[in-house]
Design a protein around this ligand. Structure first.
Ligand code: NAD
Length: 315
């Protein structure tokens, strides 16, 4: 494994992922960190003290200049393009020969392919730069527990896969090669299409159950062994108090922001249109997440707050 690592994007996901990385790489290796939000970097440096060297880098270019393996975890395609392609300051302004660049963000495939092509164009044949889309599922709880599922845009028989798997295993659980460039994102967008609608149907079903007089915890337990059960019920239940560790039980803070959920449903619908896949429920889901995202009281909260929005309950 390399001895120098970089991490760009210390948000709800990136922060705990980078912290797990710092805990699991050798103490004499270095971790360069960067985020446009300086307070996140300062907090990270404070909280990782004693785990090994963590150094703030002023730009993405500085991160890439000093590390052999760089992870990125930022919100959208435009942020990923900024981080990689900004002239003079982006990752590709650094000497990246022989380096491994891993983007874990959930973004549109076109942006990811644009970055992959820019990497390829600059890559040295003798010391190729490798770029992979490696989005994750499992949310902030999976990030904190290092149990994330990785969906990687690489073929299972690619000679680079074993190293990639070893690296990703430091911060995740199941590491899946999805077949080739940008297919990690294809899997992630299809997954989130399903999970966003599961979250919505669970929120509506829980609201119905409560209004019919049921105790939410009792009903949720029953669903675990009934056909209405899902991850959205048993791990990220939208009703406060049902899953004590879920964002809903912590004021809907620190989870998956509703505006990111809206982004993912939108990305999945765009992807579906490109391949002529029919989406009926997704359009309704997008409408609900968009409307809730427009309300400043909900915008930055965990997406499962959609339960309160649907029920007309104050956030
Ligand atoms: P977040 O908004 O909490 O964090 C994003 C971080 O990126 C912020 O700290 C922000 O300041 C930083 N950032 C933005 N632009 C930057 C730039 N140009 N340079 C450096 N830093 C920059 O978002 P998150 O919840 O951590 O999500 C990140 C990505 O992971 C998104 O694509 C999201 O869809 C995906 N994701 C999130 C979850 C979840 O449950 N939160 C789960 C799976 C995947």
């Amino acid at each position: 494994l390399p001895r120098s690592f970089g991490w760009i994007g210390l948000g709800a996901m990136g922060y705990p992922m980078a912290m797990n990385l710092r805990k699991r790489i050798p103490t004499d290796s270095i971790l360069l960190v960067n985020d446009v939000d300086r307070s996140a970097v300062e907090r990270f440096i404070r909280q990782s003290s004693g785990l090994g060297r963590v150094v703030e880098a002023a730009t993405a270019r500085d991160v890439a200049e000093q590390s052999l393996c760089v992870f990125t975890m930022v919100p959208e395609g435009r942020h990923v393009k900024d981080v990689f392609l900004t002239p003079g300051m982006g990752i590709l302004a650094a000497n990246t020969a022989g380096k491994l660049l891993i983007d874990c963000s959930t973004i549109d495939r076109a942006s990811s392919i644009e970055v992959a092509e820019a990497v390829k164009a600059l890559s040295d044949v003798n010391h190729p730069t490798r770029f992979y889309d490696a989005p994750v599922s499992g949310g902030t709880l999976g990030a904190a527990r290092a149990t994330l599922t990785f969906m990687v845009g690489i073929a299972a028989d690619d000679p680079s896969f074993p190293v990639l798997r070893e690296l990703l295993s430091l911060i995740g659980g199941a590491i899946h090669p999805m077949g080739g460039q940008s297919l990690g994102l294809a899997a992630k967008l299809s997954n989130n299409y399903i999970s966003s609608l599961n979250a919505l149907s669970t929120a509506e079903g829980m609201n119905l159950a409560i209004r019919l007089g049921l105790d939410p915890k009792v009903f949720s337990n029953v669903m675990e062994t009934s056909s209405g059960g899902s991850y959205a019920n048993s791990v990220y239940n939208p009703v406060p108090g049902v899953c004590p560790e879920a964002p809903s039980s912590k004021g809907y803070e620190g989870g998956f922001k509703i505006q990111l959920m809206k982004k993912d449903v939108g990305l999945a619908i765009d992807a579906a249109r490109q391949v002529d896949a029919k989406v009926v429920l997704g359009l309704t889901g997008l409408g609900v997440y968009s409307a809730a995202s427009e309300d400043p009281r909900f915008r930055d909260k965990d997406a499962r707050i959609v339960y309160r929005w649907l029920g007309g309950i104050e956030p």
